[in-house]
Design a protein around this ligand. Structure first.
Ligand SMILES: C[S@@+](CC[C@H](N)C(=O)[O-])C[C@H]1O[C@@H](n2cnc3c(N)ncnc32)[C@H](O)[C@@H]1O
Length: 387
């Protein structure tokens, strides 16, 4: 964690400010490209010259100490496994140096620990190699994300951006680098550890473990907030939406992409696969990780064959090996929740949270290189009205 993140972070319990206590840190070496990026952003170098590897962010009013472990701040309100690990490694030191504080111990949101567990397996086992991103070449994925996020070049330079649910973190890193924007990439699960391994060196990217339900930032504090393929995987997409919608500033933007029934019903094959998914997911999600992997093995040849078909139809530009197929199968068949929402439903959520809808996927022109799913699901950009 870069120390300057402490200025952005807030307590996820009461929204109060947090104070940084460093246990272990290491110097960060800025490459000439990092220096150039920082200069382009116009942001100060201060607070970016060390990496805090362990320590705590303390809410002094509530006396809660949120762990920083393996370079990542863990701003979760509940006693997740990572909080217990921190207690085992640094509990003595914490009691000695900050005797009045305690680690977070609230209740998790419904099934949140299960969501954390299944997505952690999905990403920690992915072993990303940078060549592909989901079912596309990494560059094609970033180009597609640029299109759906609809951010004009340089329009976020020096501004503050949040991605909710970063997965491996490549898109957040892409946005931070191409826009020269101060970017926070958060995720509920251990995807953050993989993201930190790949992108922790970026001077403008902050990688954070936190939940969309209890966001560790001040209201109205981001210029652009986006979330792609995430909130439908929570117990209540709408509750998560209402929490995230508090964060964009006046005139700030919020882009949301969630599964839509329209995309699922586009073809007979999709309708059939959806039926299979609906039957299999509730069973597979409850299995322990190893049993999940075994249960998914028979589906992998189907994923590989499907992907060959997609490449022939121009919907994808890479084929799946075992690793990619397992990742895709996990994403489809292990999440506890995968809700579908229509554009009209989500547009209503934007309106009731004080946003006007700037664009809807169904009304945008799809360039021929953009895979159908990017706009055939529910993809909406809202702009917060000025008060
Ligand atoms: C399908 S992945 C998408 C990741 C990334 N947006 C992408 O497109 O590559 C869904 C991600 O949402 C995260 N997630 C689920 N519930 C969350 C929550 N309550 N808060 C934050 N992230 C959450 C999961 O851990 C997982 O990494």
């Amino acid at each position: 964690m870069k120390p300057c993140f402490a200025d952005i972070a807030r307590c996820p319990s009461d929204g109060g400010s947090v104070v940084l206590h460093v246990f272990e840190s290491r110097p960060r070496v800025h490459s000439p490209a990092d220096d150039a990026l920082l200069q382009r952003s116009g942001l100060s170098k201060a607070g970016r010259d060390v990496e805090v590897m362990s320590g705590v962010l303390v809410n002094e009013r509530l006396q809660i100490a949120y762990p920083i472990l393996d370079g990542v701040p863990r701003l979760l309100r509940f006693a997740a496994g990572v909080v217990r690990t921190f207690g085992e490694r640094f509990g003595d030191r914490l009691r000695r140096e900050l005797p009045l504080v305690h680690l977070p111990n609230d209740e998790a949101m419904p099934a949140e620990e299960e969501v954390l567990r299944t997505f952690s397996s999905e990403w920690v086992g992915y072993d990303w190699d940078g060549a592909s991103y989901w079912n596309m070449k990494a560059d094609s994925w970033f180009r597609s994300m640029d299109y759906v996020l609809d951010i004009a070049p340089d329009s976020l330079r020096g501004k503050r951006v949040l991605e909710v649910g970063i997965g491996i973190g490549g898109v957040a890193n892409h946005v931070a680098t191409t826009q020269a924007a101060e970017t926070v990439g958060m995720d509920l699960g251990h995807a953050v550890d993989v993201a930190f391994k790949h992108f922790g060196n970026s001077p403008l990217l902050h990688i954070v473990q936190a939940s969309a339900f209890q966001l560790p930032y001040a209201a109205l504090s981001f210029d652009y907030v986006y979330s792609f393929g995430v909130l439908h995987h929570t117990f209540s997409t709408k509750t998560a939406f209402d929490a995230v919608a508090k964060l964009p500033k006046e005139s700030g933007k919020f882009f949301l992409w969630v599964y839509s029934p329209v995309n699922e019903n586009r073809t007979l094959l999709r309708r059939t696969l959806m039926k299979v998914e609906k039957l299999a997911r509730p069973v597979i999600t409850r299995l322990p990780e190893k049993a999940q992997t075994v249960a998914l093995l028979p589906t992998l040849p189907v994923y590989m064959a499907w992907q060959v078909m997609q490449t022939l139809r121009g919907e994808a530009d890479v084929r799946y090996g075992f690793r990619e197929a397992l990742h895709a199968a996990r994403d489809r068949l292990t999440p506890r929740f995968a809700h579908r929402h229509t554009e009209d439903e989500v547009a209503g959520w934007f309106s009731s949270n004080g946003f006007f809808v700037a664009n809807r996927g169904s009304e945008r022109t799809r360039p021929e290189w953009l895979p159908v799913g990017f706009l055939a699901n529910t993809a909406i950009t809202g702009v917060r009205a000025t008060m």
